[in-house]
Design a protein around this ligand. Structure first.
Ligand code: ADP
Ligand code: MG
Length: 146
């Protein structure tokens, strides 16, 4: 299933993230959201609103100096939200950090620069691509799920 959404502001991208966070499937195991797009495309903006909608109170920063950060979730189907920045890493680095176990347990994992680690993404990963539009604050967001 493919859905394309155009947003005209960071706020609208945040609203989309919140909507998606409200439509999460209840299931066993992890849910992985692979985020694609250039610098400034909106991946972190999306992640911030998504996490907030799931009750994460801490501010999510662009994890430039961290590869992976965990945010425990107090309620809902999932135990933790992981925010991963794969910009500087290879799949083997994420494996060393235990990503395979994280994928097996009740976690939501959002991965920025997911193209860098495409080969380790679980089969049912939701892929979200962020692209700049013609105007400065426009973004085209393409959501692909199987
Ligand atoms: P990335 O994580 O992909 O590098 P960020 O989310 O950190 O991108 O940065 C996106 C920047 O673009 C932010 O400064 C945000 O305010 C701005 N922006 C402007 N319009 C939009 C939009 N429609 N959606 C998302 N971000 C937008
Ligand atoms: Mg970012």
């Amino acid at each position: 299933m493919k859905r394309i959404v155009e947003t005209k502001s960071a706020k609208e991208t945040g609203a989309l993230a919140k909507k998606l966070a409200g439509e999460l499937p209840i299931k066993k195991g992890s849910l992985v959201l692979a985020l694609f797009g250039d610098l400034g495309a909106g991946k972190t903006t999306f992640t911030q609103s998504f996490a907030k909608a799931l009750g994460v109170r801490k501010r999510i920063l662009s994890p430039t100096f961290l590869i992976m950060k965990r945010f425990p979730l107090a309620k809902g189907n999932f135990d933790n939200l992981y925010h991963v920045d794969a910009y500087r890493v290879a799949a083997s680095d994420l494996k060393k950090l235990g990503i395979e176990k994280i994928f097996k347990e009740q976690n939501i994992v959002l991965i920025e620069w997911a193209d860098r680690v495409e080969n380790i993404l679980p089969e049912r990963t939701i892929r979200i691509k962020f692209e700049h539009g013609t105007k400065e604050n426009e973004r085209q967001i393409t959501i692909n799920r199987r």
